[in-house]
Design a protein around this ligand. Structure first.
Ligand SMILES: CC(C)(COP(=O)(O)OP(=O)(O)OC[C@H]1O[C@@H](n2cnc3c(N)ncnc32)[C@H](O)[C@@H]1OP(=O)(O)O)[C@@H](O)C(=O)NCCC(=O)NCCS
Length: 170
């Protein structure tokens, strides 16, 4: 069973270690790219504070959550409660990365479905837009298993092809 913990300015060294060591790589995908230069817990906490202030003022900004299993972080998931034109063409409402050793065990699908429900229940987002690089089969399968209906394929600002999906609440 997975749970979410919102990034917090109380997060400690174990979370920083996870951020530094987790393998989130996929071509061009940098869900926690803004933490790449962070070296200390204090810097991490300041960055979290800064991101939280941004997201409190602008719903197009991301909210960040740790995906927790057996008390340990295994991934990160983000929610963008509102989409402006740029994000509608480049990322969608939800972004997710599971650390490599925890992939292929349904963790991604479980977390993604859970975030869709949270978006419906807590943020009143009834129709979720999400997208994946066209050749990211794991991501597309995860989205389709979570009820994603293919919408179209677009070219993002960086030139990558993205398949967009709707996930509509019943
Ligand atoms: C996409 C991601 C979150 C999926 O997480 P996960 O824990 O592996 O997901 P699941 O275990 O629920 O697997 C989802 C489906 O993809 C399939 N899959 C997983 N890895 C795959 C791969 N490399 N090639 C083909 N299919 C793959 C699984 O078999 C599963 O399908 P199935 O249930 O029919 O067997 C994870 O691969 C990841 O973090 N990737 C890097 C970041 C990323 O691409 N994020 C998504 C951006 S939109």
């Amino acid at each position: 069973m997975l749970s979410f913990q919102e990034f917090s300015s109380q997060d400690d060294q174990s979370k920083l270690n996870f951020l530094k060591n987790a393998d989130f790589q996929v071509r061009g995908f940098r869900i926690v790219g803004m933490f790449d230069e962070i070296e200390t817990v204090e810097q991490m906490r300041n960055k979290i504070k800064e991101l939280k202030e941004l997201s409190d003022h602008d719903p197009c900004e991301r909210k960040f959550f740790w995906i927790i299993k057996n008390d340990n972080p295994i991934g990160v998931i983000t929610l963008r409660p509102a989409l402006n034109g740029f994000w509608l063409h480049n990322a969608g409402h939800i972004g997710i990365a599971i650390d490599k050793p925890y992939r292929g065990r349904n963790n991604g699908t479980e977390a993604f479905k859970k975030m869709c429900k949270k978006a419906n229940d807590e943020y009143n987002i009834k129709d979720i837009i999400t997208m994946a690089l066209t050749d990211n089969i794991a991501s597309r399968t995860m989205i389709e298993k979570s009820g994603g209906e293919y919408w179209d394929t677009i070219t993002a600002a960086d030139g990558e092809k993205l398949a967009r999906y709707w996930i509509k609440s019943e």
